[in-house]
Design a binder for this molecule. Structure first.
Ligand SMILES: NC(=O)c1ccc[n+]([C@@H]2O[C@H](COP(=O)([O-])OP(=O)(O)OC[C@H]3O[C@@H](n4cnc5c(N)ncnc54)[C@H](O)[C@@H]3O)[C@@H](O)[C@H]2O)c1
Ligand SMILES: [Zn+2]
Length: 365
C-alpha cells in the first residue's frame, strides 16, 4: 500500500491516505467515523450500491449531480439546506464522495456554513485523486462564468481508493492524466518520462497509475506548502490553464478540464519555443505524446483569433496582456506577461496550421 501524505496547511495539516482493500473496505471504515452527513455523486452512489451501503446506510446522505450547472451557488445551497435540515453544528463533519465537482460544491458549503466546518473527501475521479483533492481551493461557477466564486477551505482528510477508477470513462481518465502530465512537467524531469512510459507500456489503466497519482500529489504538495494562497510560486500550477480554459469553453465544456489542460500545456510550450525559451526538440517530444494520448475533437474549428479573445477573459489578463506560465530549457517554469496582440495571434495560427492536423486543437468538421 502506498504511504500516506501529510499536507501542511495554514488551516491545519491533513492526511491523504491510500485505502487498502478497495471501495467496500473504505466505506465500512468511514461508516464508523462519526460523519454528520455525506454528499455523494448520484452516479457514483448508483454504481457502487453494495460497496457503499455500509456508509450511505449509516448517515444522512445528499445525492448530488456532478454537472457544471450544479456547481453554482444554487447547487451549494442544496448542501447548506441538507446540513441545516440535519442539524449540523460547528463541530459537525461533512464527507464528500465524488469528483472535482462534488468536491468544489461540498467544500464551498462547508466553508460558509457557520463560518466554516470540517469536511473530508473521497475523490472518485482521476482528476480529483491526483490534483484537486489537495490545495484547499473551492470554486463555483457564477452567471455561466467558470470558477468565478470561491474560497480556500482545506479538507481535514482525504481517502483515495484507486478502485473507483474502474468505472470511470476513458475520457475522464484522460482528463486526470492531463493534470498529471502538467504536474510531471512541473516536477523533477524523470517524472514526465515515468508518465509517458507507464501510458505507453500499459495504456490508460496501467498498474503504475496509483503510484503516478501519489507522485503528482507530491509535486503539488511541495508547491502549495510554500504558497497555499497563490501569492507567488503557486501560480506555476496554472501551466496549461490559460489556453486550457479557452479550449474547454470553445468546446462548450464537451472536452473535460484535464484533457484541455494537456493541449494548453502543448500550446504554452509552442509559445515558449517561439519566444526562444524552449528548444524545439523538447516541445516536439511532448507534442507527439499529447497528440497520441489526448485526442480531442471540436464541433466548430478553433481559430487563433478565438484563442486570443478567450485568453483576454482569463482571470490573469489585464490591460491587453496575460500572464502565461511558460517552460524554459532549464526545466523551470516562468510567469511571462504576454501581449494579446497580432504577434501572439500569428504564433497561435502557426500552431493550428502546422501542428494540429487530426485529431487536435484545430477541430474536426
Ligand atoms: N478545486 C480544485 O482545486 C479543482 C482543481 C481542478 C478542477 N476542479 C474542478 O473539478 C471539476 C472537474 O472534476 P472531475 O474531472 O473530477 O469530474 P466530475 O466531478 O465532473 O466527474 C466527471 C464525471 O464522472 C462521473 N464520475 C465520478 N466518479 C466516477 C466513478 N468513480 N465512476 C464513474 N463515473 C464517475 C461524474 O458523475 C461525472 O459525470 C471542474 O468543475 C473543475 O473546475 C477543481
Ligand atoms: Zn486544472
Amino acid at each position: 500500500m502506498l504511504e500516506p501524505l501529510l499536507i501542511q496547511s495554514g488551516q491545519g495539516a491533513y492526511r491523504v491516505e491510500f485505502a487498502a482493500g478497495g471501495v467496500a473496505a473504505l466505506a465500512a471504515r468511514l461508516a464508523g467515523m462519526g460523519f454528520s452527513g455525506v454528499v455523494a455523486d448520484r452516479r457514483v452512489a448508483g454504481m457502487y450500491p453494495d460497496a457503499l451501503a455500509p456508509l450511505l446506510g449509516a448517515v444522512p446522505v445528499l445525492l448530488a449531480d456532478a454537472t457544471e450547472e450544479e456547481k453554482t451557488l444554487a447547487g451549494s445551497a442544496k448542501v447548506l439546506e441538507f446540513m441545516q435540515a440535519n442539524q449540523f453544528s460547528r463541530q459537525s463533519r461533512l464527507l464528500a464522495v465524488g469528483g472535482g465537482i462534488i468536491g468544489d460544491m461540498a467544500s464551498f458549503a462547508a466553508h460558509v456554513y457557520h463560518r466554516g466546518i470540517r469536511w473530508e473527501f473521497v475523490p472518485t475521479t482521476l482528476l480529483a485523486m491526483s490534483d484537486s483533492c489537495i490545495g484547499a481551493k473551492c470554486c463555483l461557477n457564477f452567471n455561466r462564468h467558470k470558477n468565478q466564486v470561491g474560497a480556500f477551505h482545506a479538507p481535514s482528510a482525504v481517502w483515495i481508493a484507486p478502485e473507483f477508477l474502474d468505472t470511470l470513462s476513458d475520457n475522464d481518465i484522460r482528463s486526470g492524466y492531463g493534470e498529471i502530465v502538467k504536474l510531471s512537467l512541473t516536477g523533477p524531469a524523470v517524472f514526465f518520462e515515468e508518465v509517458r512510459g507507464a501510458l505507453e507500456r500499459g495504456g490508460l489503466r496501467n498498474p503504475e497509475l496509483p503510484g503516478l497519482i501519489r507522485k503528482g500529489l507530491r509535486v503539488k504538495q511541495a508547491i502549495i506548502e510554500q504558497d497555499e494562497y497563490e501569492a507567488g510560486p503557486r501560480r506555476i500550477l496554472n501551466y496549461g490553464h490559460t489556453f486550457g480554459h479557452v479550449l474547454e469553453t470553445l468546446s462548450g465544456y464537451g472536452i473535460p478540464h484535464g484533457l484541455a489542460v494537456a493541449w494548453g500545456v502543448d500550446l504554452a510550450n509552442w509559445i515558449a519555443v517561439k519566444k526562444g525559451l524552449l528548444p524545439e526538440a523538447e516541445y516536439a517530444g511532448i507534442h507527439a505524446f499529447v497528440a497520441r494520448h489526448f485526442p480531442v475533437s471540436y464541433s466548430r474549428p478553433v481559430t487563433a483569433r478565438g484563442l486570443v479573445a478567450g485568453a483576454a477573459r482569463d482571470k490573469k489578463a489585464a490591460g491587453g496582456s496575460v500572464s502565461l506560465v511558460l517552460p524554459a530549457a532549464s526545466g523551470e517554469l516562468r510567469i511571462v506577461p504576454t501581449a494579446l496582440d497580432g504577434a501572439l495571434e500569428e504564433i497561435l495560427d502557426a500552431y493550428l496550421t502546422t501542428q494540429c492536423g487530426q485529431p487536435a486543437a484545430r477541430g474536426s468538421r
